[in-house]
Ligand binder design. Structure first.
Ligand code: SAH
Ligand code: SF4
Length: 351
C-alpha cells in the first residue's frame, strides 16, 4: 500500500477503535502529508465525544520562584535574569474572584516549585476559592503524596503535571536532579487520590524521537489521563537549551490529533505555546482535536515576569481583554464557551 493510503486506513481505524500500536503511531506522527486528514478525523471525534463547547480555565501564575533547574525553562533556579515574585494569599483569591466575574468556572493555580507555599498556606487558599463555587486545578510540580492528599481534602479537583517525556534518560538529562520514577509516582498518587489528572509532552526536546512520542501517547492511554497538555519547546535564551531547535508545530499538531483519536474523552487544551509559535495557533489546535483554552487571569507585570519561554502572547493585555478575545474567537469558529465546570465526561463503556 502507498504511504498515503496506509495512513488514511490507520486514521479511519483509530477514529473507530481508538487504538493504534507504537509502530502505527510512529508512521502517523512522521507523515507530514497526513496532518490535515488527522486533524479532520480528530475534530469529528472531538465533536462526537466532548461536543462543541470549549472550556475556559483561568490561569493564575502565582509564583515564579522554583527550586528546580529544568534546562528549558526560564523559571529554573539558576536563571538570574528572572525577576522573581510571589503573590500573597489575598491577591490569589482576589484574582480567582475576578475570574469568576469574567465567567470562568475553573481556575488553574500554577507556579514554580516554591516551598513557601506549604500545605497550610495552600489549603487556606484552596478553601477560600472553593467558597466561590469554582473548580480548582493545581499545577505546582512534584510534592509528596501526603501533600497532594491534603490539597485534595481542602477541595482541589484537578492536577496538571506534564511527564514532559516518558523516556527516562531524556527526562533526567533535561530535568537534572529530578527522577522520572518520582514524576511517574506523582501522577499515580494523584490518580489514586481522586484528582482529575492532566499530563503531557514537551515536544522537541533535543534527542526526542517519534518512537518516544508514540510511547508517550500509549502511556497516557494506560494512565487513562483526563487532561493532556501538549506544547512545542520554545527555546529560552536564558537557559541551557537556548540555542536548541524549536519544537515542530505541525508535529505537535499531529500529536494533539492522535491524542484525541486515542483518548476520545480527554480534555485537551490548545496551549499558549502553540499560539506563541503560530498566529491563531490556538484556533488551529481547537480545530484539530482540542476543546480547552486556558486564558491568563494574572494581572499587570506578573504576566511578563512569569516567563517560561520568550515571546509569550498577551503579556500587555488585561484578564478582561483575554476573556473577551477568546470568547469572540470561539464563537467565530462556530463553537461556544461551555458554561459548566468542565469535568471529564465518561462516555466509553468499560470493558
Ligand atoms: N513547575 C510546574 C508548573 C510550571 S511549568 C511544573 O514544572 O510542572 C509548566 C510547563 O511549562 C512545564 O511542564 C513545561 O512543559 C513547560 N515549559 C517550560 N519551559 C518551556 C519552554 N521553554 N518551552 C515550552 N514549554 C515550556
Ligand atoms: Fe520549575 Fe516547572 Fe520550570 Fe521545571 S518546568 S524549572 S519545575 S517551573
Amino acid at each position: 500500500m502507498a504511504e498515503q493510503e496506509e495512513s488514511a486506513a490507520l486514521i479511519a481505524r483509530a477514529a473507530a477503535t481508538h487504538r493504534l500500536t507504537e509502530a502505527e503511531l510512529v508512521q502517523l506522527l512522521g507523515d507530514a502529508a497526513a496532518t490535515e486528514q488527522l486533524a479532520a478525523a480528530a475534530d469529528r471525534v472531538r465533536h462526537d465525544y466532548v461536543g462543541d463547547g470549549v472550556h475556559l480555565r483561568g490561569l493564575i501564575e502565582f509564583s515564579n520562584i522554583c527550586r528546580q533547574n529544568c534546562m528549558y525553562c526560564g523559571l529554573r533556579r539558576d536563571n538570574g535574569k528572572t525577576e522573581r515574585y510571589r503573590l500573597d494569599a489575598a491577591t490569589i483569591v482576589e484574582l480567582a474572584r475576578k475570574a469568576k466575574g469574567y465567567g470562568y468556572h475553573t481556575v488553574v493555580l500554577q507556579s514554580g516549585e516554591d516551598a513557601y507555599f506549604t500545605v497550610p498556606r495552600l489549603c487556606a487558599i484552596i478553601r477560600d476559592i472553593k467558597k466561590l463555587d469554582m473548580a480548582i486545578t493545581l499545577s505546582l510540580g512534584e510534592r509528596p503524596r501526603e501533600e497532594y492528599a491534603a490539597f485534595r481534602a481542602a477541595g482541589a479537583d484537578r492536577y496538571l503535571l506534564r511527564i514532559e517525556t516518558t523516556d527516562r534518560d531524556l527526562y533526567e538529562k533535561y530535568d537534572p536532579g529530578m527522577s522520572w520514577a518520582n514524576r511517574d509516582r506523582c501522577l499515580r498518587d494523584l490518580r489514586e487520590l481522586g484528582y482529575e489528572v492532566g499530563t503531557g509532552t514537551l515536544v522537541g526536546l533535543p534527542g526526542q524521537t517519534l518512537a518516544m512520542l508514540a510511547r508517550d501517547i500509549l502511556y497516557y492511554q494506560a494512565l487513562d489521563a483526563d487532561m493532556l497538555g501538549i506544547g512545542p519547546l520554545i527555546p529560552n535564551g536564558d537557559t541551557p537549551l537556548g540555542t536548541a531547535k524549536p519544537g515542530d508545530f505541525a508535529l505537535t499538531r499531529r500529536m494533539v490529533s492522535l491524542l484525541r483519536l486515542l483518548l476520545p474523552e480527554a480534555n485537551i487544551p490548545a496551549t499558549t505555546a502553540m499560539e506563541t509559535m503560530v498566529p491563531r495557533g490556538r484556533e488551529l489546535i481547537l480545530a484539530s482535536g482540542a476543546n480547552v483554552v486556558m486564558p491568563n487571569v494574572t494581572e499587570g507585570d506578573y504576566r511578563r515576569k512569569y516567563a517560561l519561554y520568550p515571546g509569550k502572547i498577551c503579556v500587555a493585555d488585561t484578564p478582561a481583554d483575554c476573556r473577551h478575545c477568546m470568547g469572540g474567537r470561539i464563537k467565530a469558529m462556530g463553537r461556544y464557551v461551555a458554561e459548566d465546570k468542565g469535568f471529564r465526561r465518561h462516555r466509553l463503556c468499560q470493558g
